[in-house]
Structure formats: structure tokens, C-alpha cells
Write a protein that binds this ligand. Structure first.
Ligand SMILES: NC(=O)c1ccc[n+]([C@@H]2O[C@H](COP(=O)([O-])OP(=O)(O)OC[C@H]3O[C@@H](n4cnc5c(N)ncnc54)[C@H](OP(=O)(O)O)[C@@H]3O)[C@@H](O)[C@H]2O)c1
Length: 318
């Protein structure tokens, strides 16, 4: 059945794919941006608590997706009040507005709720966040469950990559560096589950269509270190994986603790939607197809590169 959806953070990576997926599946969807305006999105700053809650109430959605927040791990550590506001208080405010309408709320969390001593982690694994970012997400999970009960779906995901409008995610940083002949230093001791953005969106929209709630891990089927992940992306783009240099987290000066042996196993998702998440190599073929067939995506490589030559369409945003 077609539903009316709001995507708070429609200008972001996951939000953009949620909007496309919802449209493809025949749902009516309105997306918002905060600082990066796109003409098809409406402005909304969750920090304006009253105004944003009123806007949600006016929209009368069946479902509010919330792929938004303050996601910069080091920035959260420096400004815990902002992290708590953006990752907990603002979504809780909108979740309450949604609950008043009888709507469902979908929140996006992370494998940073775990300490990385023994990943990958299932939904019932004990949590132990090491960072302000992880703790703000973990606190939000609990507060949303307490406030909304079975009206909330909490999706934990990790290392999301793929085509997007803003061109910010790791796969873009990698393509820009390697195509310019620069080396890219990656933490060789950080392990997680690379998750392809379009697959994350399709899985989450499908879970909502199936009436699922509670906590569900939505992550790719492979667990690997960041160097292996980077090499997989480089290979997919036809770039030189030899330019990827592995360094430890300490050597890279990343002082905020991260879950090293992290990653997510996905027993609930596998039982409901087996095979919906693609491995890196397979997703990279889809990445190239989407760049040439989906309007408005940022283009990761300069024109004239191998990939650009293979593309049937001109790059749209450079
Ligand atoms: N990407 C990952 O690897 C990953 C892994 C685990 C969990 N997650 C979680 O998944 C969610 C989405 O991640 P993403 O990679 O799609 O993030 P993203 O690309 O950085 O997008 C974040 C979105 O949040 C919006 N936003 C920021 N502050 C806001 C505010 N005050 N009010 C309303 N909207 C605001 C941004 O709007 P503007 O850009 O217009 O300012 C943007 O649309 C996040 O909650 C993140 O913690 C992501």
C-alpha cells in the first residue's frame, strides 16, 4: 500500500537513496535539507524544535525517515552538547510529533554503539560505545524505544558508500585522490561492514513496507578492513589500488577511540530479506551504472578518465 513519507536529511547520502527508492516503489515522499539546498527538497533544521515538529504535524506522514544528524566522530567528541542535540534530542522531538499522528519513525544508528573488541555484532550483542558519537546514537536508540515502542524502527548500518548528490562519502574521497595520482592513507586496523547506499535504502523501505519495527542491522555481507575496502572500490573504478597505503589508527593520529574489530552481522535482515545487500565488487558495477543512468549524482572522477570514457552520458556535477 502506498504511504506518505518524510525523509529528514534528504540531501544526504542515505536520504537521497531513500527518496529515490520511495518514489520507485510508488510512495509519496517529501525530503528535507538543512544546509545543502537542492530544488526538490524543503528546508528543515531539526534544531528549531517547535517549528520542525509543527512542520511534521502539518505534513501528516505515515512514516518519517530520519537519516540525519551530526556524524563527524571527532566533531562530536569536541562538542558533546551538539552531538546530543543533533543525534538524540532533535530526532526524539520529531519522533514524538510523528507518534502523535500515529506515524512510524525510522532512525539510523551505527556500529559505533559497540566497542570493537569482538565484531561483527548482532542485534542482541552487548553495546559499549567508546565515543561521544556512538554514545549519542546509543542513547537515542533507548530514548526512541521508550517513547515510541513498536512505532520505531532502528536501523544500524556501517561504512555506507556509493553514488550520491553531495559526493562526500569515502568512495568519492578515494576516487578523487587516486585519479589525481595521490596516495590515500587508510586505517589497516579498522574492520567493519561496507554497506552500499542504494541497497541500504531498498532494504529499509522494504522493511517498513513489511511492517517491521524494533532494531535491525542493515549492512553489507562482508566484513573487511579499510584497506581491503578501499582496494575494492579502486578496482571497481579502474584506479590503481597500489596508491592505497595502510596505516594503523595510531599512526593516522585518530585519537577518538573507534571500534576496531567492528562491523555488523545481519541475522534479522537475512531472515526477512535474504541477499538484499550486495558485496563490494558487485555493488561497484551498479555504482557505475547508476552514475550513467540516474540524474543529479555527483561524479567521482575527472572527465577523460577511464571511467568517464566508458560512460554513455556526460558527468553532471564535477
Ligand atoms: N554514512 C555512514 O557510513 C553511516 C554509518 C552508520 C550510520 N550512519 C547514520 O546514517 C545517517 C545518515 O548518514 P549519511 O551518510 O547519509 O549522512 P550525510 O550524507 O552526512 O547526511 C546527513 C543529512 O542530515 C542532514 N542534517 C544535518 N543536520 C541537520 C539538522 N540540524 N536538521 C535537519 N537535517 C540535518 C544533512 O543536511 P545538509 O547536508 O543539507 O546540511 C544531510 O541531509 C546518520 O544518522 C548516520 O549517523 C551513517
Amino acid at each position: 500500500m502506498s504511504k506518505r513519507a518524510i525523509v529528514v536529511g534528504g540531501s544526504g547520502q542515505i536520504g537521497g537513496w531513500l527518496l529515490r527508492t520511495l518514489a520507485e516503489q510508488g510512495h509519496e515522499a517529501v525530503g528535507t535539507y538543512n544546509t545543502v539546498a537542492f530544488p526538490d527538497l524543503v528546508p528543515l533544521d531539526g534544531a528549531n524544535l517547535d517549528a520542525s515538529a509543527r512542520w511534521i504535524a502539518d505534513q501528516k506522514p505515515d512514516v518519517v525517515y530520519y537519516p540525519a544528524g551530526f556524524t563527524w566522530v571527532d566533531g562530536c567528541e569536541r562538542d558533546p552538547a551538539r552531538a546530543r542535540s543533533a543525534n538524540l534530542e532533535q530526532p526524539l522531538n520529531l519522533a514524538r510529533a510523528a507518534a502523535d499522528l500515529g506515524s512510524k519513525f525510522v532512525y539510523f544508528s551505527t556500529d559505533y554503539v559497540f566497542d570493537g573488541a569482538a565484531g561483527p555484532y548482532a542485534e542482541d550483542s552487548p553495546t559499549n560505545a567508546l565515543s561521544v558519537y556512538g554514545q549519542s546514537k546509543l542513547d537515542a536508540e533507548g530514548a526512541l524505544r521508550d517513547a515510541l515502542g513498536d512505532r520505531v524502527l532502528i536501523v544500524r548500518t556501517s561504512w555506507v558508500y556509493g553514488p550520491e548528490r553531495q559526493g562526500k562519502n569515502f568512495s568519492y574521497q578515494l576516487a578523487k585522490a587516486l585519479s589525481a595520482g595521490k596516495t590515500l592513507e587508510c586505517p589497516s586496523d579498522q574492520i567493519s561492514s561496507p554497506s552500499y547506499g542504494p541497497d541500504v535504502a531498498l532494504a529499509v523501505v522494504s522493511l517498513v513496507e513489511l511492517g517491521q519495527s524494533g532494531l535491525i542491522h542493515v549492512a553489507g555481507p562482508e566484513v573487511m578492513d579499510r584497506v581491503e575496502f578501499a582496494r575494492g572500490i579502486a578496482k571497481g573504478f579502474g584506479l590503481d589500488p597500489g596508491l592505497i597505503v595502510g596505516k594503523t589508527t595510531d599512526e593516522l593520529g585518530q585519537v577518538v577511540p573507534r571500534p576496531l574489530n567492528g562491523g555488523l552481522s545481519t541475522p534479522r535482515l537475512d531472515a526477512i530479506l535474504p541477499g538484499i545487500m550486495r558485496p563490494v565488487a558487485e555493488s561497484m558495477s551498479d555504482f557505475l551504472v547508476k552514475l550513467s543512468t540516474v540524474e543529479g549524482l555527483a561524479y567521482p572522477l575527472p572527465p577523460g578518465d577511464l571511467l568517464a570514457d566508458a560512460m554513455p552520458l556526460e558527468p553532471r556535477i564535477l
